[in-house]
Write a protein that binds this ligand. Structure first.
Ligand code: UD1
Ligand code: CA
Length: 453
């Protein structure tokens, strides 16, 4: 049977106190609702429908490339009414109802639930909670068969004692859903069309309500405020940390790591505390990342050491590199094997050849350095003339003295030397010395001025 997933995402999310629609708030660097969409994709859903309402246009924009269908619920008249908005677009197989603000639901849990669904059975995911307040309660008959869900606001004192709760997640066939939804009524405490009422309809038809439970309650936890979002962020991050450790990564503290994207590591990678990884990051075997680094969309080759407080963005490091502390590699930075970039150095769109060193306080942008180049402290490539960017080329084995300005476009030849404090605006030939600073004047026994009496 084919599968349609319907994701409810029309609610306002008032308690987030945000201009951003709730389901677009990020979890591990990705909007909550995208986690749910990705899970649906993992189930090989034929179609995924997102029911939008509050902030619907923003949601539509952000999800434009997700390949989902949108159903608009102009007015929020309840969960049953929300699902009904997607009814026309459903196929003839199974339907799974998920929530844009319940981001950590696992594929395995859902696959389990779906496996039980056919024309004689529907599936309902329930969870037993110490504090069930606010949740719909699962009612069961003497034989333990689920027969109905009663909402908190409609429940009797006796029903409120029940601790088995409705997660809201359920699955049925499209035929069943199309039969039941038009029968919903809003005659209840909240005046809403409750999706939960389909349970009693199913039971009345003699359809078995097969219940299943998630592995942990976090899977079915919804986000209503920022504290809950932050809590789920830690839950998700702890899963990511565990998976990394299983693959042989040494984490100084699994609770002080944030991965907002995909992080792939070779064996014996060590990561100190407080690091953030964003986008697609690959760390080769034996790479060490010092404390408080940010690495975004970069590849760091084997046996490289990144010292503390470095920011590496859109860079490729071949391996055996030393970077930082306090280095900033910006997009287009490429370090060949054994190249070093030290403290307070910024590189951008720069190739640094094998074994070359830029160890202190420099800016190297739009440049190519050959192998074994030594760039002295405080060297600046003046790559921008106020209108255009220009390139700096430095040949193999060149030595750039400290506090030099290389005014691009300019080439420093192989084995050439630039004297400290020079401003180089013309090409320097191979193996020559260029120095532009004024000659030093020394006056012997010079009397220092004294204060007037
Ligand atoms: C719902 C369930 C309750 C369950 C609880 C789990 C119903 C009637 N009740 O209650 O049994 O224990 O979830 O959290 O289903 N939504 C829409 N359009 C609407 C109404 C809701 O898209 O018209 C979306 C909301 O954005 C939200 C979700 O559906 O993501 C749940 O709605 P909410 O009002 O929070 O349901 P509860 O009252 O908590
Ligand atoms: Ca409600």
């Amino acid at each position: 049977m084919s599968l349609d997933v319907v994701i409810l995402a029309a609610g306002q999310g008032t308690r987030m106190r945000s201009s951003l629609p709730k389901v677009l708030h990020g979890l591990a660097g990705k909007p909550m609702v995208r986690h749910v969409i990705d899970t649906a994709r993992g189930l090989d859903a034929e179609r995924t429908h997102v029911v939008i309402g509050h902030g619907g246009e923003r949601v539509r924009e952000v999800l434009a490339d997700c390949g989902v269908r949108f159903a608009v619920q102009a007015e929020q008249k309840g969960t049953g009414h929300a699902v009904a908005q997607a009814l026309d677009g459903l196929g003839s197989g199974k339907v799974l109802v998920l929530y844009g603000d319940v981001p950590l639901i696992r594929r395995e849990t859902l696959a389990n639930l779906l496996a039980q669904v056919d024309e004689a059975h529907m599936g309902l995911l329930t969870v037993t909670l110490d504090d069930p307040s606010g949740y719909g309660r699962i009612l069961r008959d003497d034989e333990g068969r689920a027969t109905a869900i009663v909402e908190q606001k409609d429940a009797s004192a006796e029903e409120l004692e029940v601790t088995e709760c409705n997660t809201g997640i359920m699955a049925m066939t499209a035929t069943q859903l199309k039969r039941w939804l038009p029968q919903l009524s809003a005659e209840n405490a909240q005046g809403e069309y409750y999706l939960t009422d389909v349970i009693a309809m199913a039971a009345a038809e003699g359809i078995t309500i097969a219940t299943a439970q998630p592995a942990t309650a976090s899977e079915v936890e919804g986000v209503n405020n920022r504290a809950q979002l932050a809590r789920l962020e830690r839950v998700l991050q702890s899963h990511i940390a565990e998976a990394l450790m299983e693959k042989g990564v040494a984490l100084a503290d699994p609770a002080r790591l944030d991965v907002r994207g995909s992080l792939t590591c070779g064996h014996d990678v060590t990561i100190d505390v407080g690091c953030v990884f964003e986008g697609d990051v690959e760390l080769g075997e034996g790479v060490h990342i010092g404390p408080y680094c940010v690495v975004r969309n970069s590849r760091i080759g084997a046996e490289s050491v990144i010292d503390s407080h470095s920011v590496i963005d859109g860079a490729v490091l071949a391996g055996h590199n030393n970077v930082g502390p306090f280095a900033r590699l910006r997009p287009g930075s490429r370090l060949a094997i054994r190249a070093r970039v030290g403290n307070f150095v910024e590189t951008k769109n720069a190739e640094v050849g094998e074994g070359s060193k830029i160890n202190h306080l420099s800016y190297v942008g739009d440049a190519r350095l050959g192998r074994d180049v030594n760039v002295g402290a405080g060297t600046i490539t003046c790559n921008y003339d106020g209108a255009n960017k220009h390139r700096t080329e430095i040949g193999d084995g060149a030595f750039i003295g400290s506090n030099s300005a290389l005014v691009a476009p300019v080439t420093v030849g192989k084995g050439a030397t630039v004297g400290a404090g020079s401003t180089i605006g013309r090409d320097v030939a191979d193996h020559s010395l260029a120095v532009t600073r004024a000659r030093q004047v020394t006056k012997a026994d010079w009397p220092r001025p004294t204060k007037d009496a």
